[in-house]
Design a protein around this ligand. Structure first.
Ligand code: 13P
Length: 253
């Protein structure tokens, strides 16, 4: 079974106003997608009902995070059943900004993975090393550990709802994109772990995205790598250039 190319836009804490969010939605809705590609737009919770309402229906809407519980005394949190009731089918989990700034641990993220999948959400699970690990040659070990901690959290029969995004932290928002070799190599490392620790079938079917300074001018070459099954796009998902990245699916093998 071929892996359908997937491009995710991660708006992070953007844009600042509902007016700007509406403008971006208009831009996306008016654009022509020429490739066979699945598109998911992840946005701050406040904008999700707007996106569900107004975003083109051939694109999916995603949260950027969930809490581990269904509901209760957890001030400030938003939960999977709430997303269910708004028809939001996806969430990002484990983004490096949540791991590093919000101090989310592998254990906490594993709980979120189980909760999301048990509640019927699809997940984009992020992993990726800091510059420090890359410079000391520890990147494969670091990312392998993140994936190995996540694997047992995926409930039986739920691997079809899991997408993995490899996002080296030194490439996020820095304009410093990973080389095609680096992106391909880590995609392969992750796929090999899935083959060894889950099954060859799951390894063959799971989409592994690359994220980190993906732009219209570097996406085509990356898309052509055998173990790059799509992108998770931050900054460049906030303007019309996102459409060029979506259409880079035409360059995938
Ligand atoms: P940039 O595309 O802005 O580097 O961000 C990547 C990212 O973190 C997507 O989740």
């Amino acid at each position: 079974m071929g892996r359908r190319f997937l491009v995710g836009g991660n708006w992070k804490a953007n844009p600042k106003t509902i007016e700007e969010a509406n403008k971006l939605i208009d831009t996306f809705n008016g654009a022509q997608v020429t490739a066979d590609v699945e598109v998911v737009v992840a946005a701050p919770f406040l904008f999700l009902p707007l996106l569900k309402d107004r975003l083109r229906k051939d694109w999916a809407v995603s949260a950027e995070n969930i809490y581990t519980k269904d509901n209760g005394a957890y001030t400030g949190e938003v939960t999977a059943p709430m997303l269910n009731s708004f028809g939001v089918g996806w969430t990002i989990l484990g983004h490096s900004e949540r791991r590093d700034i919000l101090k989310e641990s592998d254990e906490f993220l594993a709980e979120k993975v189980t909760q999301a999948l048990n509640k019927g959400l699809k997940i984009i699970f992020c992993c990726g090393e800091h510059l420090e690990e890359r410079q000391s040659g520890q990147q494969n070990a670091f990312v392998s550990r993140q994936i190995e901690q996540m694997i047992p959290a995926v409930p039986e029969g739920k691997w079809g709802d899991v997408v993995i995004a490899y996002e080296p932290i030194w490439a996020i928002g820095t304009g410093k994109v990973a080389s095609t070799n680096d992106a391909q190599e880590m995609g392969k490392v992750i796929r090999d772990i899935l083959a060894a620790k889950v099954s060859p079938e799951v390894a063959a079917q799971t989409r592994i995205l690359y994220g980190g300074s993906v732009k219209p001018n570097n996406c085509n070459e990356l898309a052509a790598q055998p173990d790059v099954d799509g992108f998770l796009v931050g900054g460049a998902s906030l303007d019309a250039g996102f459409i060029n990245i979506v259409n880079s699916a035409e360059h995938s093998k």
